[in-house]
Design a binder for this molecule. Sequence first.
Ligand SMILES: [Zn+2]
Length: 276
Amino acid sequence: MEELRLDAQLAARLRRATRAVALSGAGVSKESGLGTFRGAGGLWEDRRQTGSAATGDRRSRGRPEELATPEAFYRTPGKVWRWYAARYATAAAAAPNPAHHALARWESLFPSFLLVTQNVDDLHQRAGSRRLVALHGTLAEAVCDSCGRRRPMGEAVAASPAEPPECSVPGGGTGCRGRFRPAVVWFGESLPAAALETASRAAAACDLLLAAGTSALVYPAAGLIETALRAGACVVEINPEPTPFSRFAHLRLAAPAGTALPALTEAIASCRSMTG
Ligand SMILES: [Zn+2]
């Protein structure tokens, strides 16, 4: 994307903004080769890709909608575990793209900033983002389904590649007899309450909200954008396709996040460095 020119009114709002929130969705990780996630737990939408973790023999692997549920995990724990192990490996091998790096800069551009992501990969963290909440959990960790103990997914998979490992006290002992599962939110599960509360409060108090790479069709993304609009925030949308919020956005960039986000970030940085 070429240099982004902001009209004077918008530039003034971006210059004055002190509390910014960015909502990121699947589109932000797409240019890192992670396909398009959809819904809670981050499902692969584009299963035509070959060689990705989500493809292969569809009959033996099952449909994503049938694997990302607690029922599937308790019915066929090994199958769900191996599917997530493959997805984890794909995400771990991917690298942050310019959209992730641009968003990491937002922490130093605004006095207050929160990144709210629907993505379960950890590419934002690897790009340097620290002030973030992951609404749908993370592929990078496993969590005991009984006591809640967490461990790195890579370590859990290395210890037990075929079946979810049992929870045991490090160094021996009987442990809690629970099983490790991926630390993502599955269909039918509630979003983590603390993360949702933090995101809602930030959206209600922000004066700038960016929605990037999200179709904004599902709760809570749609609710957070609505909240920010009601609070009078300036809303910027980056998405190649129109969304239900496109007509309310004060600025809409119909482009992939990997090009639009760096251009927007440059424009904001340069208007905020101006005096007056
Ligand atoms: Zn446990």
